[in-house]
Design a binder for this molecule. Structure first.
Ligand code: FAD
Ligand code: SF4
Length: 529
């Protein structure tokens, strides 16, 4: 040990990196957890939110520091493709799950065999059975509330699916009136509503209070009921992990025999430091992980680092129903319509999920009405009426990995530390476009069934904040960056812990899966050290 600063250095303290560090420490290893951003208490973030005039910007209460740019820092992300991909991404201890929506679905066995079953995209190199026990561990750490009896494939079968060997750690929350009324009416016409498992326990859990349903999950849960990565970072520290904040890794140093021997990082004053370890895990999210590999010139013998970029780029519909539904009570999401999750159609077009967003719509409606010149009593009445009847459908598409959808360190731009910013090239392919008519037909049905009046039928593609594919997992070193253990093909002591390894996007939010994979990688490393 004396020859190394730690057994393992984990770079990035988001939900994924913190879970890796915590698991490594539980397995008895010495661990350093390195984080580019600062450490902030929840009360400070909450205070920032209350003081902010930009309540709709989820990044606003969080630090946006010159030495730790986030995705909305001016000039940090440059898009060169046809789509402006700009996912939310935070830089502080705990990472982006400070302001996520906490949806914690599992992929299905079919999602992981997309190419074998439907002849498109890629298969995962591991099967659902191999990941299943680690999904269970991840759900326990995140405190997931979910239904043990639902068919999450959306096919309306009378069975719990995908298979589980352990129950959800917390029961699902009660249906909101909004969700129940939409399910009653739209569900009656063959649309299968599925409850969303989410990391928002319905009971006091692991030092967290039960969710009280106040609908502030994005940008911050004021009481810490919703899971965020800092919770596990704290547990990791209590378990002996050394946390170094305000430390931006900018170089992975190669040594003999294809090993990584050290990480170099910069403090906010741009001073450089070097730390050594036996193993390294890069958990700097789906954008910064490939960037660090590329600027270090490691793990890229396949030339796939930064390529195969996938989001769940989606569409949206907002309309007024013919009855008051009172959205905005309870958590921001409760589930959605999954009819288009599984089936032979996946040969021809993307799988489709319609999530029912449950945000408080008053601000958005008031801004629209004011823009139309409506003021005074009429404004008050309309806000009350429209906010009560507002329905917000947020659709996501399954994406396929394409090498030309990629991110790269910017050729000329650098941040305050002298580290390159990011350049992204991203286009939406025909597989997704072929699903658009299906979505439009569904939208027409939803509006008809709910006696609706359309406010915004925005059929342009939208960001969905789910970065995948950028350090893609596979079973061939020539076409992938990591193997099924998330170990880089090129360096046997370098593992990647990120949603970026996911090779087939399915249509579910990716974080739980990355956490499950990271716990699995940590156990593999612990067996080797
Ligand atoms: C508004 C919103 C809603 C979302 N909702 C959901 C949802 O419901 N379900 C879901 O599954 N996903 C959701 N996501 C996506 C989810 O937030 C991410 O998948 C998740 O945070 C990824 O975790 P991570 O640990 O890999 O990365 P992050 O949480 O981004 O953490 C990475 C950490 O690494 C640090 N870092 C980066 N570069 C370096 C470096 N060079 N050196 C040192 N440290 C570095 C960063 O500062 C950061 O703290 C949502 C995202 C947004 C923006
Ligand atoms: S609904 Fe309120 S208490 Fe529940 S997770 Fe969201 S913000 Fe936290």
């Amino acid at each position: 040990m004396a020859d190394f600063d730690a057994d393992v250095i984990v770079i990035g303290s988001g939900a994924v990196g913190s879970n890796a560090a915590y698991e490594l420490a539980k397995q008895g290893l010495s661990v350093i957890l390195m984080e580019a951003g600062p450490r902030l208490p929840r009360w400070k973030i909450l205070q920032n939110f209350r003081a902010s005039p930009r309540k709709g910007n989820h990044n606003d209460p969080y630090p946006n520091l010159p030495y730790a740019s986030n995705s909305f820092t001016d000039g940090y992300l440059e898009n060169t493709g046809s789509f402006d991909l700009r996912p939310g991404m935070l830089r502080l201890l705990g990472g982006t799950t400070w302001h996520w929506a906490a949806a914690t679905w599992r992929f299905t066995p079919e999602d992981m065999k997309l190419n074998s079953l439907y002849g498109v995209g890629r298969d995962w190199p591991i099967g659902y059975d191999e990941l299943e026990p680690f999904y269970g561990l991840a759900e326990v750490e995140l405190g997931v509330a979910g239904s043990d009896t639902q068919d999450q494939s959306g096919q309306g079968r009378d069975l719990a699916y995908p298979p589980r060997s352990t129950p959800y750690p917390a029961p699902p929350e009660a249906d909101t009136y909004y969700f129940a009324r939409l399910r009653d009416r739209i569900g009656a016409e063959g649309y299968n509503f599925v409850h969303e498992p989410n990391a928002r326990p319905t009971v006091t859990y692991d030092g967290r209070p039960a969710c009280t349903g106040n609908n502030n999950c994005m940008p911050v849960c004021p009481i810490g009921a919703m899971y965020s990565g800092n919770m596990t970072a704290q547990k990791a520290e209590d378990e002996g992990v050394q946390i170094i904040t305000e430390a931006t890794a900018y170089n992975l140093e190669k040594g003999e025999g294809g090993k990584i021997v050290a990480v170099h990082y910069k403090t906010p004053d741009a001073e450089s430091h070097r730390l050594t370890a036996k193993y390294f895990m890069v958990a700097a999210n789906g954008f910064e992980t490939p960037k660090l590999l590329m600027i270090s010139d490691v793990a890229n013998s396949s030339d796939q680092v930064g390529r195969n970029l996938m989001d769940h780029s989606g569409m949206g519909l907002q309309f007024l129903a013919d009855e008051a539904l009172w959205p905005g009570r309870g958590p921001v999401q409760q589930g959605g319509i999954f009819n288009w999750r599984e089936g032979e159609f996946r040969r021809e077009h993307s799988a489709i999920k319609h999530a029912l967003s449950n945000n408080v719509p008053n601000k958005m409606i008031a801004e629209r009405l004011l823009a139309q010149g409506i003021v005074g009593t009429e404004l008050d009445e309309k806000i009350r009426d429209m906010s009560a009847r507002f329905v917000d459908v947020s659709t996501v598409f399954e994406m396929l990995p394409h090498p030309e959808n990629r991110l790269q360190p910017h050729a000329t731009r650098k941040d305050a530390l002298g580290i390159p910013t990011l350049s992204i090239n991203y286009d939406i392919d025909d597989y997704v476009k072929a699903a658009v008519p299906v979505v439009k037909e569904d939208y027409a049905n939803f509006v008809r069934i709910m006696g609706g009046e359309v406010i915004e039928d925005d059929t342009g593609f939208q960001n969905r904040d789910h970065i995948m594919g950028t350090v893609i997992m596979g079973d061939d070193p020539a076409t992938s960056v990591v193997n099924g253990e998330c170990r880089t093909w090129d360096h046997d002591n370098l593992f990647l812990a990120t949603t970026g390894v996911i090779p087939a996007s399915g249509l579910i939010n990716p974080t739980l899966t990355a956490v499950a994979l990271a716990i699995r990688s940590a156990q593999i490393i612990a067996k080797e050290i």
